[in-house]
Write a protein that binds this ligand. Sequence first.
Ligand SMILES: *Cc1c(COP(=O)(O)O)cnc(C)c1O
Length: 396
Amino acid sequence: MPGFELFGDEERKEVQDVLDTGVLFRYGFDGVRNGHWKAETFETELARYLDVAHCHLCSSGTAAVSLALAACGIGAGDEVIVPPFTFVATVEGVLMAGAVPVFANIDRTLCLSPEGVAETITPRTRAVMPVHMCGAMARIDELVDVCRDNRLILIEDACQALGATFRGKPVGTFGSIGCFSFDPVKTITCGEGGAVVTNDAELYRKADSFADHGHDHIGDDRGLEGHPILGTNFRISELNAAVGLAQLRKLDRILEIQRRNKETIRSGLAPLPGVTFREIPDREGDSATFLSFFLPDGDIARKAASGLSAAGVDGCFYWYDNNWHYLRQWHHLKQMQTTAPMPAAQYDHFPDYGGVDLPDSDAIMERTISMQIKLSWTEREVSDRIEKMVQVLKMV
Ligand SMILES: *Cc1c(COP(=O)(O)O)cnc(C)c1O
């Protein structure tokens, strides 16, 4: 999964270019930057890679979620449908916009289920934000249909799924706007960074302005630029962008290694009668950062997870008990532990997250284990891993 496993001279060279000029800012300083525009170049190359018209880099994936919502005009009191299995940043972004996150069920793809979304829509729903979790896609074509039929904005959180495709089309490019993250544990990393991508020139213009205090970036005097909107600072620095640029150029290699390692392990586990795999709508498009599998019930899965850990099979996550990615353990959200009263919480329709009950999602998550796929494994390490996993999983 993590691109940092492949850091090398390419990243060093890109960073050195920036240090040599001393221009860490992505805008202006044309005369002294010696032709280096790392953020801009990263945007151009990422847009080309994803076959999308526009890309705006920003300071994190969390910022990308906020930017996407801002560009789409989501704000005070609007309901946004989100999955309970995600990184909490998806939910935070909605709350920070003053909007109301509403949870809908996931399905065996581990992503928002189109049926779950359909039954969660209310007159206040403005947008749906599926999250392509653990490297693979939601049933995105059906989610596109649900959004079109109900006139809802589709915003994809593809932070964990750079390089994944559905029927050849990159995830993150199915909705109005898509979000990516390049934080230290993502498929490619630049330390801290993110991006939004869109085919809509107007959304792009808004994102580009919002991320830089509303500047329109027209002309060559920053002090005289127009401010069509109020915004904030979600800018990326040239140093981060430089690392990301080198990493992006390694993405195909990263995907190839992940896919090979994952397929080998998957075939090794496939004969086990108690193990079934996460549904992936298009297996060819899986970015293969994780192998996620189901055990027959929650008790067995919990036992399997601790057995794997005891056997030294690292990188296996039992999300149901883990504090990271599943609503069940988000006690800060359930109790709305905020530093100050939140705008969204002032609405009558603001849910009591402590009381949200999603038994269909629980029934899936309590059976799920996800194993991170690494780039640095040797063939020997992969086969040892399979041997240990089979030992543990056939016992439970
Ligand atoms: C990592 C992640 C984010 C946030 O990205 P950061 O760059 O860490 O801010 C948002 N959503 C999902 C699904 C993520 O995995």
